[in-house]
Design a protein around this ligand. Structure first.
Ligand code: GLN
Length: 298
């Protein structure tokens, strides 16, 4: 099959399936299969693809037409200028989440003399933990998740980004108590154990979709991304309640708690934080929606 014909056919199939950006996405899939850059597609449109490569392209185009996210097909997503591996066991990192990372970077300064210790709850692909470990000088990050399969992906990402010695990944359910989860960390054993006030920041982009709303999400999300990473309980706030309450014991005094929140949750989450935290603020995403809520332990 000639490259140009394959590409046009792929674009047409994606258009028929109402995929948002058919030209772009068919191109990305083809580049992924041929392991070439985008410019190759335009300069070699008479290139002859092997049958094997064409079959593979056709299969991926069909999967995309059926709603599978592009990132699960290529296995990659860029986040904070780094390349992350993604599989269907992890949520695909979103641009909105960069606002959370950038907000934390504004408030938590690394230091040569002192280690900065951060906890990321529900790490998924590890995108938040790994970005913070990369951009904060002398930092150590504990990243936890209930899914071992997600943690396997996150560990691979930490190695690829060269921060595997700065991030400790632990598997556990925060609803059974953060202390039970944290005691598995090798970092904790090295830290001062006289108190649990260990962290300079606790961050989380927890599952925040109300259970009833999941069915209403785009099929690309509800049928393909892990339900565990989406479902925030009856009103979507279960994780915020639990983390807000628990984090007080684990943060150093005046240290930062930072959340990503759903499009209409900033007010509710700020209210949950009123008791234990001061200087509660929200930060907006690129669409002008309050997407991040932060506060400092009183
Ligand atoms: N922390 C990961 C992310 O922001 C996973 C979030 C989640 O699974 N809810 O992408």
């Amino acid at each position: 099959m000639v490259l140009k014909d394959a590409l046009l056919k792929g674009i047409q199939q994606l258009k028929t399936a109402n995929v948002d950006a058919p030209v772009f996405e068919a191109g990305v899939i083809l580049c992924h299969i041929l392991k070439v850059s985008r410019s190759f597609l335009y300069s070699h449109d008479d290139y002859i693809m092997t049958d094997e490569k064409y079959k593979c392209f056709d299969a991926f185009i069909r999967e995309r037409a059926e709603g599978k996210p592009l990132q699960y097909i290529t296995g990659h997503q860029e986040f904070m200028s780094m390349d992350f591996i993604v599989t269907p066991d992890v949520l695909i990192p979103r641009q909105d989440t960069e606002v959370l990372v950038e907000t934390v970077l504004n408030y938590v300064e690394g230091s040569d003399n002192k280690e900065t210790v951060i906890l990321d709850i529900g790490t998924g692909s590890g995108c938040i933990a790994i970005s913070l470990a990369t951009y904060i000088k002398n930092s150590k990050v504990i990243a936890c998740d209930i899914s071992q399969k997600a943690l396997d992906v996150a560990k691979t990402n930490a190695q690829r980004c060269g921060v595997e010695n700065q991030v400790d990944f632990i598997c556990g359910d925060i609803f059974q108590g953060l202390d039970k989860v944290l005691c598995q960390s090798t970092f904790i054993k090295d830290l001062d154990q006289r108190s649990f006030e260990l962290f300079d920041a606790i961050v989380s982009n927890p599952p925040y979709i109300p259970s009833w709303e999941i069915e209403t999400l785009h099929r690309q999300v509800k049928d393909f991304e892990p339900g565990l990473a989406l479902n925030g309980g009856e009103d979507g706030l279960d994780f915020y309640r639990k983390i807000t309450e628990e984090a007080v014991r684990f943060l150093k005094p005046h240290s930062l708690l930072a959340f990503e929140v759903g499009y209409n949750q900033a007010g509710d989450v700020a209210r949950l934080m009123e008791n234990g935290y001061r200087d509660i603020k929200a930060a907006k995403d690129l669409s002008g929606i309050d997407r991040v809520v932060i506060g400092f332990r009183k």
